[in-house]
Ligand binder design. Structure first.
Ligand code: GUN
Length: 307
């Protein structure tokens, strides 16, 4: 078997053109352009690249973006003051703090200072809790992008075995929660998992976000599984690769995302979607917000339905 490639760039183009029209409608009705503010602290080269992708995606759909850059030594108080100003700035619909922050920052405090109705990354504890409870308004962008890729490919999730490798707050944990919401049976693996292959071979859908090139090789994948590679690793040769041995695994999987060109373009696209959704809600909800989440289903589940 040779797996079908899941083309994240093509889906990102389609979603962005849909959202470009939504931005045009907002501008026509309200006479102002939605805005995203990005806070970038320090000189991590990868963060600078990610932020440039984000601002480019904003421009592509007609959103304004404003990058607030600070040196590594900036005080937390100065960044908190910037966030407070953005919270009350009516021209700003979304605020994102590019991670990682330097070590002297208290991350929960900084993330918690973002107005929760502008928290387009979904990292404020309120939004994290909402994701657990099934009411997330701003789903975190990378897992949200993976969900969209699965949907667009017509891959069913309910009742499937999903294994998520990597338990970060940004990807693995919210990904597992989203899959649980869609009624998958979920295993969440991490660095202390004793026998990784025992769980990966169970998966109908294997989602890998661990940050280690070639962590997943073909014997670890069930024939016919869907493999989503969230990893982005730069090899000493300069080549960009994921966490999955692409050439080996594509021989056994039914579907696979390439790196680059799989999940990456969708992450940035979902940030745009969350920002436009925020503007639509904040400016009067006239267009109706896409109901990405079956909140009712998940509430029913958590409130006594047999699971
Ligand atoms: N750093 C790595 N991934 C992300 C992300 O999704 N959002 C933010 N804000 N920072 C990141």
């Amino acid at each position: 078997m040779t797996a079908k490639l899941i083309d994240g760039r093509a889906l990102a183009r389609r979603v962005r053109s849909e959202y470009r029209m939504r931005v045009e409608r907002l501008v026509a009705r309200h006479g102002r352009v939605p805005g995203l503010a990005v806070i970038l602290v320090g000189d991590d080269p990868a963060s600078h690249v990610y932020v440039s992708h984000k601002t480019r995606a904003c421009a592509e759909v007609g959103l304004q973006s404003h990058v607030h850059r600070f040196g590594t030594e900036v005080s937390q108080a100065e960044v908190l003051a910037c966030i407070a100003a953005l919270n009350s700035d009516l021209s700003i619909d979304g605020i994102l703090i590019q991670l990682p922050l330097p070590k002297h920052f208290e991350l929960p405090l900084v993330l918690g200072s973002i107005a929760r109705d502008k928290d387009v990354d979904g990292f404020h504890l309120y939004n994290v809790g909402a994701l657990v409870a099934g009411d997330a308004v701003f789903p975190p962008c990378t897992p949200y992008g993976v969900q969209k890729l699965l949907e667009a490919e017509g891959i069913p999730v309910a009742g499937q075995n999903v294994t998520v490798v990597g338990a970060s707050n940004i990807v693995g944990k919210p990904m597992a929660l989203m899959m649980i919401r869609q009624q998958a049976t979920v295993a969440l693996c991490h660095a202390r998992t004793r026998d990784l292959a025992e769980f990966t071979t169970l998966a109908d859908i294997l989602i890998v976000a661990a940050g280690f090139p070639n962590l997943i090789r073909s014997p670890m994948v069930r024939p016919g599984a869907v493999v989503i590679d969230v990893g982005i690793n730069r090899l000493p040769s300069g080549q960009l690769v994921g966490d999955v041995d692409f050439e080996g695994v594509r021989q056994v999987a039914s579907h696979i995302t390439p790196v680059p060109g799989g999940v990456g373009p969708m992450t940035v696209t979902m940030l745009v979607c969350n920002t436009v959704g925020s503007a639509e809600r904040r400016w009067g909800n006239e267009l109706g917000v896409e109901k990405t989440y079956g909140a009712d289903e998940s509430r029913a589940n958590s409130e006594g339905e047999k699971t």
